[in-house]
Design a protein around this ligand. Sequence first.
Ligand code: DQA
Length: 143
Amino acid sequence: MQVLILNGVNLDVLGRRDPSVYGGISLNELETRIYEWAHELGVSVRCRQSNSEGEFIGWIHDAYDDADALVVNPGAWTHYSYAIHDALEPFAGPVVEVHLSNIEGREDWRRHSVIADVVSHRVLGKGPEGYRDALVHLQGGAS
Ligand code: DQA
C-alpha cells in the first residue's frame, strides 16, 4: 500500500509553535517518526509539506493515480478550504484526517472541519502518535 502523507500550512514551523498545544516536535522529527512507524508496519509512505494551497492540491491530484491512501493534516486550511475539500472528494481510496491537537476542544473557529465529510477516518488530539494511528487504521487495525 502506497500512502501519501500531506502536512499543510505552518506545519513546517511546528517546532516553533506553542509546545503546550503541539508538543514542541519539529516537522523533521515528526516525519522521521512517521517513516520509522511505516517501516515497522510494512507500509510504504511519502511525506510532503507545503505552505502553498495550490501545491498541496496538486499533490492530491497526483495521488489520484499514484497513491492508495491519503493522510492529510491541512493545518488552518482545514477550517475554510473548500478547494481542498473538492480536491479530496474524487480520491478513490481512504483518506484519514489527522490533527495533532484536539481541534474540537479549541477555539470556535477551529472546531469545524470543512473536509470532515470527505474523509473516511479522523484522528484528533493524539499528537504525533495520531499519524501512527492513521497508518494502523489504513492497514485495517483497531486505531
Ligand atoms: C492543526 C490544527 C489547526 O487548527 C491549526 O491551524 C494547525 C495544526 C493540528 O494539527 O492540530 O496548523 O491542524
